[in-house]
Ligand binder design. Structure first.
Ligand code: F6R
Length: 610
């Protein structure tokens, strides 16, 4: 995680860096800092906490921070506490170099020990060794010093570097962490995310592993890992500002929850009409699905992993093919039993989650077919996958995902229908029914929002003082329960656990006490009656049970403390509606507890370290 920005251009750079960092704050918000070059002198300003603190400090020191060339950083702490001393940029002892870093330098301690005879260290970060090492190797040529230093570093990193001997330049390099260089109308930039730069359009270059880049006001030069100049072709990008204000909502999370009908409509219409599913960036021959496909492996992290848990049941049911769902950080270090007849699916909103990317690269080594479901088009996972389904959730600012989760879910439904059609495992009639339901999901999500918001708000009042909450469900509903539980704990900080309903009695039921809230998810499937039995079991032990189910269960006799009904759809897609009141419930619970809903503590939106 961590966000990097840098600009060499016209006009004062400090306000541009702060604005850019505000756009990158989703990548980490433990501390932040900038460094600006003026009259061959580097001045830096750092502050702990959110960018607003840095903004205030920088504006108070505006005169010292004058200059047209600078770098900035927003930190998600990996090594060392989120203090000012550990905030980036870090500088060399002779103050010639300033450096910002995203990633983890794995051999930092080793290098530090070797450098301790000649250099003093002022932070607990792994980053400080990088700037000291570059300074050690520097004579007159920055590219050569960076090249030599990077050869000694192991791990993942992206650096933005200032050198006071070259006051009109920024140097940058990357090894496994995302960083792009952009040539815009007002200057040249480096950034972790294109959305952070203040330009309408531009030419952008991804800084590939080992490459070093040198930018000045009107040029971007590239060097390979041996320090030889190379030519790269730019990609063009339109950077028209996406709406990043709260549009009248108190938090981005609530706004994004309410954007779901639109986000899902845009995503569904990108691949579905009333007759078929067309996946324009999937180029796998029909014969593969029909004759060769042996198994599917879905790999992802966090909420994206939960979409996989739900998608597994949809795909297995419709396509009659085994599906395994793997946590990317585990899978990447396994010895997977996959081959060219395996379809591997990677799900990622950001498209840059380090573990998911590593899993993708691992599968490519085994010649498995790779397909990613990604929200950020220009991301590295999208670029490296052989096949992609893009989601159209738009920019998601709140750290807790909602609309991107829902867009991933409908993309998995589309993939299931697409494969089932090729494998001829569903009838025409079934396909028609599924397509109709898929196309009507945006309206049903809208209705769900209208019908369940007040109920979720009221329920939050009953549970917000709890210390433990349980979420239970079976099959599709288990994945939904996992997502409801993750949302709850990540933003309200209430300990919550998700359980496959039938599994509770194998141990965890001992945690149920008088008044413990249990949120049961029970959609209209053949197993509803089984979930009803599990509800009775926890009720008998004093739990307060709140059932989230669909309207077709209105006549079911199940004894609970309260029920939230969502509209009905086909069982395969019901999770898309059941998850909405769970998102709202976590939001209103966190709001009652006055949590920092959009930026929960210790988290970051984009997880680019393992
Ligand atoms: C939770 C959440 C995370 C992400 C996870 C994967 O609300 O947002 O669990 O789902 O970090 O991120 P992406 O989808 O960007 O790979």
């Amino acid at each position: 995680m961590c966000g990097i920005i840098g600009k060499a251009g016209i006009g004062e750079v400090m306000p541009e860096l702060i604005k850019g960092l505000e756009m990158l704050e989703y990548r980490g918000y433990d501390s932040a800092g900038i460094a600006v070059i003026h009259n061959e002198k580097i001045t830096r300003c750092r502050e702990s906490g959110k960018i607003i603190n840095l903004r205030e400090k920088s504006e108070n020191n505006r005169e010292e921070l004058t200059g047209n060339v600078g770098i900035g950083h927003t930190r998600w702490a990996t090594h060392g506490k989120p203090t000012v001393e550990n905030a980036h940029p870090h500088i060399s002892n002779n103050k010639k170099f300033a450096l910002v870093h995203n990633g983890i330098i794995e051999n930092a301690e080793e290098i530090k020990k070797a450098l301790l005879t000649s250099e003093e260290f002022y932070s607990q970060t792994d980053t400080e060794v990088a700037v000291k090492l570059i300074s050690k190797f520097y004579k007159t040529d920055v590219i050569s010093a960076v090249k030599t230093a990077c050869k000694e570093l192991t791990g993942t990193f992206a650096f933005g570097i200032l050198c006071s001997d070259f006051p009109d330049k920024i140097f940058a390099t990357a090894q496994g962490s995302p960083l792009v260089a952009v040539k815009g109308a007002t200057g040249c930039w480096i950034t972790s995310d294109l959305g952070a730069i203040n330009e309408k359009s531009g030419e952008f270059y991804r800084i590939a592993n080992g490459e070093i880049c040198e930018i000045s006001k009107d040029s971007i030069l590239f060097y390979n890992s041996e320090g030889e100049e190379i030519k790269k072709s730019p990609e063009r990008v339109s950077l028209t500002e996406e709406t990043v204000n709260k549009g009248g909502y108190e938090h981005f999370m609530l706004k994004e929850i309410f954007e779901q009908p639109f986000a899902i409509k845009k995503t569904v219409l990108s691949f579905a009409d009333k007759n078929s599913i067309k996946l324009e960036n999937v180029n796998i021959p029909d014969e593969f699905f029909k004759d060769k496909l042996e198994r599917i492996i879905i790999t992802a992290c966090g909420s994206a992993y939960h979409t996989g848990l739900i998608g597994k049941h949809v795909i297995e049911k419709l396509c009659k093919i085994p599906v395994n769902v793997e946590i990317a950080s585990e899978f990447r270090y396994s010895e997977p039993l996959i081959n060219e007849n395996t379809l591997t699916v990677f799900i990622s909103q950001s498209g840059e989650t380090a573990d998911t990317l590593a899993a993708l690269r691992l599968c490519k080594k085994y010649n498995a077919k790779t397909l990613s479901i990604v929200n950020v088009k220009s991301s590295i996972i999208a670029k490296e996958s052989d096949n992609v389904i893009f989601t159209y959730a738009g920019k998601e600012i709140a750290v807790a995902t909602t609309k991107a989760f829902s867009a991933q879910l409908v993309s998995l439904y589309a993939l299931a229908i697409f494969i089932a059609e090729k494998r001829e495992t569903i009838s025409n009639q079934k396909k028609q029914k599924l397509l109709n339901e898929l196309l009507s999901l945006p309206d049903k999500i809208n209705t769900t929002l209208l019908k369940t918001t007040d109920k979720a708000k009221a329920l939050s009042k009953k549970i917000y003082k709890s210390t433990d909450i349980f979420f239970i469900g079976r099959l599709y509903d288990y994945g939904t329960a996992c997502e409801g539980s993750l949302k709850m704990k990540e933003i309200s900080y209430i300990n919550s656990q998700s359980y496959a309903s039938g599994e509770l009695k194998h141990g965890t039921i001992s945690l149920i006490e008088n008044g413990t809230p249990v949120i049961a998810i029970g959609s209209n499937t053949e197993v509803f009656s089984k979930t009803a039995s599990n509800i009775a079991e926890v009720k008998a032990r004093g739990a307060k049970v709140f059932l989230v189910t669909d309207e077709s269960e209105k006549d079911a006799s199940v004894f609970v403390d309260d029920i939230i009904y969502v509209p009905s759809t086909t069982p395969e897609f019901q999770s898309s509606l059941l998850v909405i009141p769970l998102q709202l419930l976590s939001y209103y619970t966190a709001k009652r507890l006055e949590r920092d809903i959009d930026k929960p503590k210790n988290l970051a939106k984009s997880v680019t370290v393992e």
